[in-house]
Design a protein around this ligand. Structure first.
Ligand code: TXA
Ligand code: MG
Length: 350
């Protein structure tokens, strides 16, 4: 049985929080909100507890987990060393949507690192996440709280949809405001490398670190040799039931191209949906058309993206044609998730 616990981020109920922290202490699983997406937590130092996460999500065992801490000092026993540049980004971006990869210490269970010599760590800023980690008194392993392969959950309803009956408790604590997962930044090499773009952008990191590179697997894992450094990047992801195709190019051309492609699929009796933006919403006539947010405020697009992808699962849409956004700042994270949802099917609008 899964206990569903409603907690308000602005008025945290101590008794309920205590109950959830106790479940974690005793080796159970608790889903909770973070500022990025909901996470599915367990004691990161308890192999048996960590295995429950993999089972509940149906997650491949070669995909390592992020360890969440509530205070900077808590990373000391988990890592071999903290490079100087890591201190700088911790100072600037923690707590917040930034995960750092370090060489791991020996107390990290095999399941957390999935056999790698490194460990991913982040300090979330969401008040419920911080309180839960603090009160449990242990570092908390937490992947996104979705069934593997589905869009990450940004609302409690999404978690309930995917994980009811599979975890010990779900904290319903409102919507996640960033909406895409944390940036994963590898600090173990000479030059810090972004393995997954997220809430803390390349531009923000460069201001603090100077040179920052992006793992080529972020653009398209199918085109590179070898495997992406973040094992999770190789899996199909965020995929709604319908097939997603991204249409990219000048905005007017994009709208026209989407209309053309929609007509040709409809001629084959396929049900077509469109993902657009507030600026283009009026250009599409009838049909199932959903806006992901405003191009002027791309953070609204990040916040809505997974919700919109999930909404299509409640429709009969078979093909989703999606507009692209500019691949800069938070747009890099948005495009990375959209491309994964689309299985990297992209059509240029000319
Ligand atoms: O925002 C987030 O990061 C959310 C919330 C809950 O904190 N968590 C999250 O976890 O997105 P998950 O498991 O869905 O994604 C973790 C990503 C995967 O792509 C995984 O392969 C990568 O981080 N990762 C974890 N440990 C790693 C390591 N040691 N080296 C390289 N990549 C790692
Ligand atoms: Mg995930």
């Amino acid at each position: 049985d899964t206990m569903i616990v409603e907690i308000y981020p602005t008025e945290i109920d101590s008794r309920l929080m205590n109950e959830c922290a106790n479940i974690l202490k005793q080796g159970g699983t608790v889903a909770f909100p973070t500022e990025t997406v909901y996470g599915l937590g367990a004691n990161a130092l308890d192999s048996k507890a960590v295995k429950k996460i993999f089972e509940a999500k149906g997650r491949p065992s070669d995909n390592p987990l992020i360890v969440h801490v509530a205070k900077t000092e808590e990373i000391l026993p988990l890592v071999k060393e903290i490079p100087e540049k890591a201190h700088r980004v911790i100072e600037k971006f923690w707590p917040g949507p930034l995960t750092l990869i370090f060489e791991k210490s020996s107390i990290i269970p095999y399941e957390i690192s999935a056999g790698l010599s490194t460990v991913a760590i982040r300090m979330p800023s969401h008040p419920i996440a911080i309180r839960l980690i603090e009160e449990s008194g242990v570092p908390i392993a937490a992947p996104s709280a979705n069934i593997s392969g589905r869009p990450s959950p940004t609302k409690a309803e999404h978690v309930i949809e995917d994980l009811i009956g599979k975890v010990d408790a779900i904290i319903a604590g409102g919507a996640c405001n960033v909406g895409v997962e944390s940036t994963v930044l590898d600090m173990t090499g000479q030059v810090p490398m972004i393995l997954r773009p997220g809430g803390v952008t390349k531009e923000m990191l460069e201001e603090v670190l100077g040179e920052v590179v992006i793992d080529p697997a972020v653009e398209n894992p199918n085109e590179i040799n070898g495997t992406p450094k973040a094992p999770g990047m190789k899996y199909t992801h965020y995929a709604p039931k319908a097939e997603v195709i991204i249409i990219q190019g000048d905005l007017n051309n994009t709208v026209n191209k989407i209309k053309d492609i929609r007509l040709s699929y409809e001629a084959e009796n396929k049900i077509v949906g469109v993902i657009c933006t507030d600026e283009t919403r009026d250009k599409y006539e009838e049909g199932i058309v959903k806006s992901m947010g405003s191009r002027k405020h791309p953070e609204t697009i990040a916040a809505n993206l997974f919700k919109v992808l999930r909404e299509f699962d409640d429709t009969d849409v078979e093909i989703i044609l999606s507009e692209a956004v500019d691949n800069v700042e938070i747009g890099q994270a948005i495009m990375n998730r959209l491309k994964k949802a689309a299985g990297y099917r992209i059509i240029e609008a000319e």
